[in-house]
Design a protein around this ligand. Structure first.
Ligand code: ADP
Length: 473
């Protein structure tokens, strides 16, 4: 289907190309034709003047020659033109009259006469405004005649005419040559043009073909750009990088759903195993309570995990532009501390907060979640009697939040991984604390959402320090 559409584009481009080229060729032909015609007419007019001049000169210079002889001589000299020469006498009496008094033998009497008005006008013209006419005279030629009127003494008008037959023949010849050359040009240009268009669009064909072969199952296909540095090369590169991005996100989604299934399966297997063992025989009440506590712990973990996943899928679909407002970061932080204080006191952990007022454009709910996650971890991974320090300060164009605990710390090799989804430093320890390895990946996502930078600094058995730097533009 798509290939078909592509073919029709080649066809369309070729048709347009031929139409435009045809118009150019026709226009060029018209100009050429007109120019050639004007050139021929000019030459003919010049020849007419020459013939008239020749006859006049003969008669004028010698005065021994009669007009008849002068006309005959001129006809002989310019025989190749086969001129019609005659002398027209004009008489101005009561009525104006004209008569071809002297004429070459080839002109019958009373033939080849223009209207009287024209002769009278010719009689009064000077050398700069000679009168030329193109007239039809069936008795002399089946072609029109080009006529020149030359006033001489008398008052008489020397009239010279030449048939346009030769001119028409030359024009026809030119027309024939033009049609032939035009057709050959059009043919060659059309074949060449459609070949070039086809060649230019050929890579697009392979883009379409590869695009059709690419499915969600196999995103590894790439189009060979053959190192082209033109627009097609750019198109292929763009297409390839789009497919690469798609492949990356689909792989990420696959990896994520695999991880999720695994993470949910583990607690379910534990729950099922423990219940199966419990149900094998009658047991004392204490054993039931222990197993139920373990089941409760696992369901807490699952609940936390599902909660985290739901949160991520909800915020990832959120319209970023609409979900920002001016947030008092200090208020957010104080509320989070207030809410977490009881669980810290239960573990005999003290919290010391130095919070300056800071306003920031962001999403309140996300900012609450971010600070709560970091503080939760600080409480969870601290030992009784440990101390947590929270500090929020404002610099010129940034705000810095630090949450420092003196807890168990993070091993150096785990530091680059703690923001990954489902990563836990010590699975047995996380199980105790109910962690699913999603908390810090959510923190990182929220920081990126707000263009904030997050850094962690930790030493095992000494404590951990999380720093979030918010840009205040
Ligand atoms: P969890 O929900 O399991 O705590 P997180 O993504 O929040 O998962 O954290 C990832 C890992 O980083 C945890 O398993 C934990 O071992 C470690 N961690 C995070 N915060 C701290 C901290 N303040 N002190 C020590 N270890 C921490």
């Amino acid at each position: 289907m798509k290939i078909k559409r592509f073919r029709s584009l080649t066809f369309k481009l070729t048709v347009w190309y031929i139409v435009i080229l045809g118009a150019i060729v026709i226009l060029a032909g018209l100009f050429l034709h007109q120019g050639f015609k004007e050139g021929l007419m000019n030459d003919l007019d010049k020849a007419l003047v020459e013939i008239a001049d020749e006859a006049h000169e003969k008669w004028w210079r010698t005065r021994e020659v009669t007009w008849e002889e002068a006309i005959e001589k001129a006809e002989e000299r310019y025989a190749s033109y086969e001129p019609y020469i005659q002398m027209v006498e004009i008489s101005e009496g009561e009525t104006r009259r004209v008569k071809n008094v002297i004429r070459s033998e080839r002109i019958p009497e009373g033939v080849f006469l223009l209207d009287t008005q024209t002769y009278f006008r010719a009689d009064r013209t000077d050398i700069d405004s000679y009168i030329f006419r193109t007239v039809e005279e069936d008795q002399l030629s089946s072609y029109p005649l080009r006529v020149f009127l030359f006033p001489v003494r008398g008052p008489r008008i020397l009239q010279v005419g030449v048939s346009l037959e030769a001119t028409a023949a030359a024009m026809n010849k030119l027309m024939l040559v033009m049609i032939l050359t035009g057709s050959i040009i059009m043919l060659l240009a059309s074949v060449g043009g459609s070949f070039i268009i086809n060649r230019a669009l050929h890579p697009v064909k392979s883009v379409v073909k590869t695009a059709e072969d690419i499915t969600a199952e196999d995103l590894s296909l790439r189009i060979d750009s053959k190192n082209r540095k033109d627009e097609i090369g750019a198109l292929v590169e763009t297409f390839n990088s789009m497919i690469a991005r798609l492949e990356k996100s689909i792989n990420k989604i696959r990896q994520f759903s695999g991880d999720v299934s695994h993470e949910l399966r583990t607690p379910l297997t534990i729950i099922r195993g423990e219940i199966e063992v419990l149900l094998r025989k009658d047991r004392p009440k204490k054993e039931y309570v222990t197993t139920l506590n373990s089941v409760l712990e696992e369901s807490h973990r699952m609940e936390k995990l599902i909660d985290g996943l739901l949160f991520l899928s909800r915020v990832e679909a959120m319209d970023r532009s609409k979900s920002r407002e001016t947030v008092d970061l200090d208020e957010v932080l104080n509320a989070v501390i207030k809410f977490r204080s009881p669980s810290a006191s239960n573990k005999n952990i003290s919290i010391d907060a130095k919070i300056k007022p800071v306003q920031f454009r962001g999403n309140r709910e996300l900012l609450e979640r971010m600070t709560a996650n970091i503080l939760d971890n600080a409480i969870r991974y601290s030992n009784p009697g440990n101390h947590i320090e929270i500090e929020l300060e404002k610099d010129k164009n940034m705000a810095k939040l630090q949450i420092h605990d003196s807890g168990i710390g993070i091993p150096e090799k785990s530091l680059p991984l703690i923001f990954d989804r489902f990563y836990v430093v010590d699975p047995s320890r996380s199980k105790e604390t109910g962690g699913a390895g999603l908390g810090l990946s959510i923190v990182k996502w929220i920081a990126e959402y707000h263009n904030a930078e997050i850094a962690v600094d930790s030493k095992v058995d000494h404590g951990t320090n999380f720093t979030v730097t918010f840009p205040l533009d």
